[in-house]
Design a protein around this ligand. Structure first.
Ligand code: FES
Ligand code: FES
Length: 219
């Protein structure tokens, strides 16, 4: 008996079995294509959003796939915010969103409609540098400077968190209260999301300590 004919027992022949499998697989393949094209359509849109960037109201058409970091750097030309790892690991892209520090490489711009974004370009006061910028210079808190915008944005939020009494991993007393001293251990822990490949950490800690201890009128 040829190999592809029905067997006397009524079992499927090899040909029948293969054709059954391919027919069964067809909808799966078509299904995958359908899913893929639906995904293509849903991931290539643009959205009209409003942002306040460094105090300036903006209406922008943004690619829904664009991170806030790419929007700031590529669309708005605010290149003070740096792209280090693009994976949420180095802190070079730290900006303030509604006053809270955020890794801008990890958040989509389109999700911040109506929100206030502050980058390092927006930290300085009209009458001069932000106190943290001055302290970083005074304490030699950078070498190449690539991490510095993220360090300074992060430090400015850190001081606010400490003043509100937010606890960190090394805070001994978790009852929310503002302690009079921001210890070096607290600064190191609270700045641990900001990596400096030049190792300027001693200067960074000294700069943050100085500004924090100088009092609220300084930040
Ligand atoms: Fe965003 Fe490194 S570039 S955390
Ligand atoms: Fe070079 Fe921090 S100053 S990475």
């Amino acid at each position: 008996m040829p190999k592809d004919e029905t067997t006397p027992s009524g079992d499927l022949t090899r040909r029948e079995a293969l054709s059954t499998i391919s027919l069964a697989a067809a909808p799966l393949v078509l299904g995958a294509e359908t899913v893929a094209s639906a995904a293509d359509t849903s991931t290539t849109g643009t959205l009209d959003i409003a942002l306040h960037v460094n105090g300036k109201p903006l209406h922008l058409m943004v690619d829904t796939r664009s991170t806030l970091l790419d929007l700031l750097r590529e669309q708005l030309g605010l290149t003070g915010t740096k792209k280090g790892c693009d994976h949420g690991q180095c802190g070079a892209c730290t900006v303030l969103i509604q006053g809270r520090r955020v890794n801008s490489c990890l958040t989509l711009a389109a999700t911040h409609d109506g929100e206030e974004i502050t980058t390092v370009e927006g930290l300085a006061h009209s009458d001069g540098l932000h106190p943290l910028q001055t302290a970083f210079i005074d304490h030699d808190a950078f070498q190449c400077g690539y991490c510095t915008p993220g360090q300074i944005c992060s430090a400015s939020a850190l001081i606010g968190e400490w003043r509100r009494g937010d606890a960190s991993f090394v805070t001994a007393d978790l009852i929310p209260k503002h302690s009079a001293i921001l210890s070096d251990d607290e600064i190191r822990e609270r700045m641990s999301g900001n990596i400096c490949r030049c190792g300027a950490y001693p200067g960074i800690v000294a700069a943050v300590r100085e500004v924090a201890q100088a009092g609220p009128s300084h930040v």
